[in-house]
Ligand binder design. Sequence first.
Ligand code: NI
Length: 270
Amino acid sequence: MMIQRRALTFAALSAFALFFSCSAKDKKVETDPVKTVANTAHITPSIKRPALRNPNVSVGGVYNSSKVSYSRVPTNLPYIALTFDDGPHPQNTPRLLDMLRERNIKATFYVVGKNVKVYPNIVRRIVAEGHEIGNHTLTHPNLSKMSSSAVRRELNAARDSIIATCGVKPRTMRPPYGALTSSQRSWIYNEYGYPTILWDVDPNDWKKPGASVVASRILNGTRNGSIVLAHDLHKQTIDAMPATLDGLLRKGFKFVTVSQLLSLNGSTAQ
Ligand code: NI
């Protein structure tokens, strides 16, 4: 009898201990900090201060486009437009935006409509930080091989996704691969008011030649009125940006958006 009672007491104590240990264990899980691996890939590299800073530029914004397509804008003023295509990208674009913000640089993003739908918050951040959004189609096809109605569907869907996401209407378009016939450029300009925006500086960053090569190609190729092509889809392109941006600022260039650059068309210094 005595042995039985002791056994029962032992069993009860064991059950209590087990219950207590489970509770304690659960509590521990709740209060422990969540441990995650540090993700240094998304942190903007520190830059030696004082930072080079783009001046506040109050040129145009309203332009009378005299041409249906541009690869640069003729001017002897030191204004340039940096363009980033094919995003937004979930890591690279926010990292790029940090770098631009640190230097007060405004750029133009030719976003792909299907990516706009996947990363709407990044599109909203692009607009909130003063950059310009351009139409780069919905699915990034070669428009020069497509019917007018198919081209229209691509441009409409991209435009509508941009407007629905950030409330801004794109003012220019860039054809994927730069592929657009001259008659297509004309009817798109007449129908949408979009000048076709190409480029005069192409670092071929999509071939991933290395960040320092991307930077030196842009630094060597950029002149007054240049439109620089780059892709915020590629990590290497973003890696090239601190040296590229600071190098261009050091050369005295002032960054404006594509629409601002177009408004300077033909402007010359006094
Ligand atoms: Ni593209």
